[in-house]
Design a protein around this ligand. Sequence first.
Ligand code: SF4
Ligand code: SF4
Length: 379
Amino acid sequence: MNSDFSRRNFLAAGLALPAANAVPANSLFSAPEPPAGQGLAYRVLGNTGLKVTTVGFGCMITSDPTVITRAADMGINYFDTARVYQNGNNERMVGAALGSRRKNVVLSTKVGAKDKAGALRDLETSLKELGTDYVDIWYLHGKDSPEALTDELLEAQETARKDGKIRFAGVSTHRVAAIADAVIKTGKLQVVLASYNFTMGADAEDAINKLHKAGIGVVAMKVMAGGRRGRQPRPELSRPGAMAAALRWVLKNQGVATSVPSMTDIEQLEENFKTMSQKFSDADQKILTARLEEIRTEYCRMCGRCDGKCPQGLPVSDVLRYLTYAEGYGQFALGREHFLQLPERLRSVRCGECASCPIRCPNGVQVTRRLIRAQELFA
Ligand code: SF4
Ligand code: SF4
């Protein structure tokens, strides 16, 4: 069944949600009513029953609040932030930009704390900064292995839900294939925010389909496979139409309910908005095939195959992701901020001083060269 909905038929679809695995209604909240509007397409976010626009808004690198306000006025109804974005300042900007529109949108944030008390403390800060009494989805931030889904953090989410401070519990991950089974097994998580784009293989696709079938809502992030627009530091790696094609590629998977591309200006917003009413085409496939070849030696798709291979303990894919923040998204400060959070021992590693490197990326990334670049840029 095609799960894109016009306003007229999503109501019918909502009534048809399966009773099995349904999330109990929380009487503290009323579901946001999506607006009618040309060009808007909705899908249901798993068993949460939330109707979300297929294109949402990833606020991580947005510094102009008017882009967020404009998106909400255009009818985009899913907005994602995190406690740590922009040194803790992103939530405040997002809350102010949404203002009274907040009640009409699905708002998510994330927590990176390691224990229950710290997580609940951070949630209080998030609510204060966002200027809201509750968030719709509260994600455990960046959990890439089953062991990271600790009982303590799941308990924090349950406590927050019972206290009416969150509606649904989620987890964000760069490795959806690694944690999909564990997510389902917990029985406590309703939404997964997963890195997902055209560079990824069948394992990511299978994991998303598995989650979707289990009634877990899937939100796609990192949908542009490293950004790289013309105005950013590597214009030679920008390909006209590639960004919109990448978003259409993600949305052709009906297991994905919504996506959170980063948007920093109205031009990006309008380009992404249009994809809600466009189908992935053969022309898109050609663009992405060419694009994949362009970025093959540079873009780490976070497959995890080089995990633990560096004898010095470098978290290779993490460092490559920080480099993507700087070069792909034009967010040097964000990349460096992450890099500087590494232990001093890892920050001081210099790949250029290694006689040899055992890492051979099966996806073609020139790992040593890229790590040297990251170390030159951030250290
Ligand atoms: S560098 Fe290559 S092997 Fe390592 S995580 Fe990235 S894509 Fe996978
Ligand atoms: S070159 Fe870098 S990634 Fe490779 S072994 Fe040396 S320190 Fe590790």
